[in-house]
Design a binder for this molecule. Structure first.
Ligand code: HAM
Length: 437
């Protein structure tokens, strides 16, 4: 490429990344506010962990044989020789933070929530990005089944708030005590059918046989359908925990389905696992709105004391896609109340101070200082659908006045410059009252 050509190069988005454009922001604001409000109502405190963590945190926490760690992490060695990764998910970072900040010494359980970008080098497709945003809720330090049900309730209520019917897919994958026996039986069944399994499942057979249960390959489904189910192998503790969770869900009236394929793609889970699916479709896992479960061994695995934990996280892009598909109305973006038009150099100078006065009085003002003709400026004002335009020309400067134009009926009135802020506030308040009627 010649020097001249390289100057012309148009840079494009990195594959799987998205710009969140201004017109999208009202959806994002809405989701953020909904998550903040829900978290506050249930006593969760916000936590923000760094986007970059030690690669080993995820290798150990999420699991070295998971797709996320094996294939999807953005990892690199920094200038100081440290092995780092962009976080592919939020739970491992929260557990690290819990240990590092001695949160064990706070009143238990510790209830935390977060919202932010995650990075996975996956094949981009509908609802799947390499940078995606999640909101997540985590509870550390409580083993009781009532917390499992409360978290599922919170997830359910967030989708209820956008009128989206969802069905929670629930399962129990047992604990370190009862899972090994189940895995022996599962592997035995899968080995007997190895030749009929898809290539990818054959590869997983030794490394991570549980994941075969949520395979989407067609040839795997009859073998999965006949596979032994973890639920029949649960130890007494896991069984009674699961029954309690289901009883609480019944009590709360949350629609759920028992689904033995909810094994999740991360290794830290034990006992309860769940995903949030829309009720409209029997969805493929690919488009789950959210998912989570218990991770009673994670804190200890990362070097802390034996601490139970449970949480879930949801994809914000997927939630917004659902909002757009339904007729749920998200509040409009804040619009300017008035437009400030100016004619001539003196008027432009004066407009700058008038603008400051108006902004100081909480009036939302739009302007276009680069345009000098009145016609062009009124066109912009029209497009912005403001209620009033203030016009400041040579004559107004000389007289110490401003012209107010009512954009609905075109009526204009001259007002003393000193009284203009109060007058605009009065008119805006009046029009807000008549809009409400
Ligand atoms: P996850 O199921 O891997 O769980 O991700 C949670 C949610 O993030 C998914 O259900 C989906 O909505 C969204 N998501 C995941 N990957 C993508 C992607 N590439 N593009 C768009 N959206 C995506 C976790 O990450 C666990 N940390 C959840 C958890 C919290 N478990 C316990 N606490």
């Amino acid at each position: 490429m010649s020097k001249k050509d390289s100057k012309k190069k148009n840079f494009q988005l990195v594959k799987g990344m998205k710009d969140l454009m201004p017109e999208e922001q009202r959806y994002w604001n809405f989701v953020r506010q909904l998550v903040d409000k829900t978290a506050g109502a249930y006593g969760f405190e916000r936590i923000d962990t760094p986007l970059l963590e030690a690669t080993d945190l995820f290798v150990r926490g999420v699991g070295s044989t998971t797709d996320i760690v094996e294939k999807e992490m953005y990892s690199f060695v920094d200038q100081g020789g440290d092995k780092l990764s962009l976080r592919p998910e939020g739970t491992a970072g929260v557990a690290r933070s819990y240990i590092e900040h001695g949160m064990l010494n706070r009143p238990q359980p510790v209830k935390l929530y977060y919202l932010g970008p995650m990075y996975r080098h996956e094949n981009p497709q509908s609802g799947r990005f390499r940078q995606h945003y999640q909101f997540g809720f985590e509870v550390l330090g409580e083993a009781d089944a009532v917390i499992d049900a409360q978290l599922i309730l919170i997830a359910y209520k967030i989708y209820q708030a956008i009128n989206l019917p969802v069905v929670i897919q629930v399962n129990s994958i047992g604990c370190a005590g009862c899972r090994p026996e189940y895995l022996i039986q599962l592997k035995d069944h899968l080995r007997k059918n190895k030749s009929k399994l898809s290539e990818i499942s054959q590869e997983r057979l030794n490394k991570n046989p549980l994941r075969i249960l949520d395979s989407k390959e067609k040839e795997d489904s009859p073998i999965i359908a006949e596979a032994p189910q973890q639920i029949d192998f649960l130890c007494e503790g896991c069984k009674s925990h699961f029954i309690q969770v289901l009883e609480y869900l019944d009590e709360l009236g949350i629609p759920y389905a028992l689904n033995p394929s909810i094994v999740r793609g991360l290794d830290y889970y034990s006992k309860t696992t769940f995903e949030i699916w829309t009720a409209a479709e029997e969805e493929s896992r690919q488009s789950a709105l959210g998912g989570g479960g218990r991770y009673d061994g994670l804190v200890e695995l990362l070097g802390g004391l034996d601490t139970p934990g449970i949480g879930f996280a949801c994809g914000i892009e997927r939630m917004i896609a659902q909002i757009k598909e339904t007729d749920f109305k998200v509040p409009e973006q804040d619009k300017p109340d008035i437009f400030l038009a100016q004619l001539g150099a003196e008027a432009r100078k004066k407009s700058l101070t008038l603008l400051e006065e108006l902004v100081g009085a909480n009036v939302k003002v739009a302007e276009n200082f680069s345009k000098s003709g009145l016609k062009g400026q009124l066109e912009v004002a029209d497009k912005l659908k403001v209620k009033f335009t203030l016009i400041l020309g040579q004559k107004e400067i000389m007289d110490g006045t401003v012209l107010i134009r009512d954009m609905e009926n075109g009526n204009q009135e001259t007002v003393d410059c000193k009284k203009i802020v109060a007058e605009i506030q009065k008119r805006l308040a009046k029009s807000a009252v008549s809009e409400k009627k």
